[in-house]
Design a protein around this ligand. Structure first.
Ligand code: CP
Length: 335
């Protein structure tokens, strides 16, 4: 039987397909319970630390709500609100938080930091995003796919368009490998997933029947897709100066109505892990966009707000999947 009590959630590939499926089932159960108005409090009396070295809206809100919803208390430690990385080592911080809390969420740049926290703290540690992996996002995306694509994962085709070198592309490939999907990363040469990532996810895919491919050809990559997913063209914390080289390469990979039509699937769904720079309303990097003559970024507003878009369901599912990870690792899948 699958038992995740005491385990950390650091990256997808630490988990078996059965564990992944159990987390998805639990997330769906927690969501249904909440909708039915009969929530249970499986984490009563527990306390969790939420350690953020990078900013967040969804991940922080989801962890705080999930903890409160299950009866746990949480402490948010923001980038300026702890000594981590300034006055205290990761190891010492991990040991202290492990004495005070039952679980620790960490968001920051280095995967090594979240791994070290897990190694020294003695409590479950959850990766809320590093430069390498974003596993709570890919678990959410799997749940959202399950809700909207009414086919088994083994018959589902998932296409990710954009920069293939980032944490979201890597995590989606890992999620697809664990669930047995046909997943394609559609990205220009030079912005495709690292060979080490492809080797790791393909090793898992060999056991699940997943098909994982990389192409720079948009039409080929999205053909038959049930889901088209994209992300911002610049990751959290990257200075706008670095955008100049990338934007001309990525512009042909913008998700627009033509890309959705090229899937040939009238029921195709559009996903975005958010935040989106689909328009320039946020003012983020406005000068860079304007230098390249762009008025829209990774997705057109028409698609983002159109009938194929499930981005708000996806954002809500951060709560239920994060809650599932916390419940499974602290109280158990059957608590
Ligand atoms: N998708 C995601 O991780 O959102 P936040 O950066 O707002 O947490």
């Amino acid at each position: 039987a699958v038992d995740l009590r005491g385990r950390s959630f650091l990256k997808e590939l630490d988990h078996s397909p059965a564990e992944w499926a159990a987390l998805l089932d639990l997330a769906a159960r927690l969501k249904a319970e909440h909708r039915a108005g009969r929530p249970r409090r499986r984490l009563e009396g527990r306390a969790v630390a939420l350690l953020f070295e990078k900013t967040s809206t969804r991940t922080r809100a989801a962890f705080e709500l999930a903890a409160a919803g299950q009866g746990a208390t949480s402490t948010y430690l923001d980038p300026a609100g702890s000594h981590l990385g300034h006055k205290e080592s990761v190891e010492d911080t991990g040991r202290v938080l492990g004495r005070l809390y039952d679980g620790i969420e960490y968001r920051g740049a280095d995967q090594a930091t979240v791994e070290l926290l897990a190694a020294v703290s003695g409590v479950p540690v959850w990766n809320g995003l590093t430069d390498d992996w974003h596993p709570t996002q890919s678990l959410c995306d799997a749940l959202t796919t399950r809700e909207h694509v009414r086919k088994p994962f083994s018959e589902t085709t998932f296409a990710y368009l954009g920069d293939g070198r980032g944490n979201v592309a890597a995590s989606l490939l890992a999620m697809a490998a664990l669930t047995g999907m046909d997943a394609r990363v559609v990205a220009p040469a030079g912005l495709q997933p690292a060979p080490a990532v492809l080797d790791a996810v393909r090793a898992v895919a060999a056991g699940t029947g997943a098909t994982l491919s990389v192409t720079d050809d948009v039409a080929e990559g999205v053909r038959g897709a049930d889901v088209v997913h994209t992300d911002v063209w610049v990751s959290l914390g990257e200075p706008p100066e670095t955008w100049d080289e990338r934007i001309p390469l990525l512009a042909p990979y913008r998700v627009d109505a033509g890309v959705l039509a090229a899937t040939g699937n009238p029921d195709v769904r559009f996903m975005h892990c958010l935040p989106a720079f689909h328009d320039l309303g946020t003012g983020v990097g406005r000068a860079v966009h304007e230098r390249h003559g762009l008025t829209e970024m990774e997705v057109t507003d028409e698609v983002f707000r159109g009938p194929a878009s499930v981005v708000w369901d996806q954002a809500e599912n951060r709560r239920w999947t994060i809650e599932a990870v916390m419940v499974a690792t602290l109280a158990g899948l059957d608590a």
